[in-house]
Design a protein. Structure first.
Length: 384
């Protein structure tokens, strides 16, 4: 009788644990495997339930499938794409298995150095990859890879656009360092925006539907020494928001679809506690937009690595101005990547130097309430 009761309790516990994560958000974490104290071991996986509970974190890549420096991840159904931040410039395609491990399918070349960001076209079977380049400011640029019917990438890119520029910072801007990609579709045309941190430029392209290649439309110089890192298009598709790594600012540009040009409007600091252009750098890294709007108001969040905070900006759908409302403790050291789950209720931050991921609940006002940590070595990117 006691044995049957014990078995019954175990069964009920397993059922409860299973049900707790039936409706959940899968999270994949990319790490530095060649740097960090201690370094990560590849790509990790855990779940966040609808109630904010987390499952144990597990290593998703093993043995021959281990990914080197998977510092940016892109999830598409049961496929995971990983940019491998290496001089050789690699992009790995993985199949997600039923047990949430990842099996390597293909390994592709970007033909440039240190890919750090990727974006899948919204209209065409193309992957766009940003290559940071090497420390000397060489081998930076954009690579376009064809996506096959099974979701894998071709071994070699169909288009490579090298970048050769520089700006005023002798340490970080001796050459181009392409970092971020954003795209938007307006009237059936896909526009692509490229941030060059080293050259202080934002380049606008049109993605051609027949050739699947980028066609240059315009280039705009940002404030000298700003270091544009990542960009987001506004919900009404009229404004581009750009976070600048080197002068701790976020800039607003107006986009004209008739000319394909950006017009600079304004910039402001990404933090309340450290002024823009301060001699002590803050290195803002990522910006994400809330998925749930309230009365046409949205919230934009920026990670500040220098002071370990997450800034919250409020924006109205039909206005270009951002208002820095609040700043939250990241509950970790060097918050790099930010991501918001599919429900729009949770925000996660990858704290690279404290070896953990902070999980926050987003309330109706956009405020962040810290819930808990998930420990992982040298986390760089998180994706749902």
């Amino acid at each position: 009788m006691r044995k049957l009761l014990t078995q019954h309790v175990k069964t009920m516990f397993a059922f409860t644990l299973c049900c707790q994560f039936i409706s959940s958000n899968e999270v994949y974490v990319g790490t530095y495997t060649e740097w960090g104290t201690p370094p990560g071991h590849g790509i990790y996986h855990f779940n966040i339930s609808d109630t904010g509970q987390t499952s144990p974190i597990t290593l998703a890549t093993h043995g021959d499938d281990k990914s080197l420096n998977p510092t940016y991840l892109l999830k598409d159904h049961d496929l995971i794409y990983s940019t491998n931040e290496l001089e050789s410039g690699q992009i790995t395609t993985y199949q997600s298995n039923i047990n949430k491990t990842l099996s390597k399918i293909t390994l592709s070349s970007s033909k440039l150095a240190n890919p750090v960001h990727a974006l899948k076209s919204k209209l065409y079977p193309v992957m766009i990859v940003a290559n940071y380049g090497n420390a000397a400011g060489e081998e930076s640029g954009i690579s376009l890879l064809q996506i096959n019917n099974d979701g894998t990438l071709d071994a070699k890119p169909l288009q490579v656009i090298p970048y050769h520029d520089h700006s005023i910072d002798p340490e970080r801007q001796s050459g181009s360092h392409v970092h971020g990609i954003e795209s938007t579709v307006i009237h059936g045309v896909e526009y692509v925006f490229i941030c060059d941190l080293g050259g202080d430029t934002i380049t606008v392209y049109r993605l051609d539907g027949s050739t699947h290649e980028l066609v240059l439309l315009s280039v705009i110089k940002t404030i000298s020494g700003a270091g544009p890192r990542h960009a987001l298009m506004s919900p009404n598709k009229k404004y581009l928001y750009v976070v600048n790594e080197l002068n701790s600012s976020i800039s607003v540009f107006k986009f004209d679809i008739n000319t394909g040009k950006l017009t600079y409007i304004s910039s402001q600091s990404t933090t309340l506690s450290s002024p823009q252009n301060s001699s002590e750098r803050n290195y803002p890294a990522e910006l994400v937009l809330s998925k749930n709007s309230t009365k046409h108001d949205y919230y934009l969040y920026v990670s500040n690595r220098g002071i370990n905070s997450i800034a919250k900006f409020k924006l109205k759908q039909n206005e270009e101005m951002l208002k820095l409302q609040n700043e939250y403790d990241a509950f970790g050291n060097y918050p790099r990547d930010l991501a918001i789950d599919n429900t729009g209720e949770y925000l996660v931050a990858a704290n690279q130097l404290s070896n953990n991921i902070s999980i926050f609940k987003i309330d109706h006002s956009g405020a962040l309430d810290f819930l808990q940590h998930v420990d992982v070595n040298s986390p760089v990117t998180v994706t749902f």
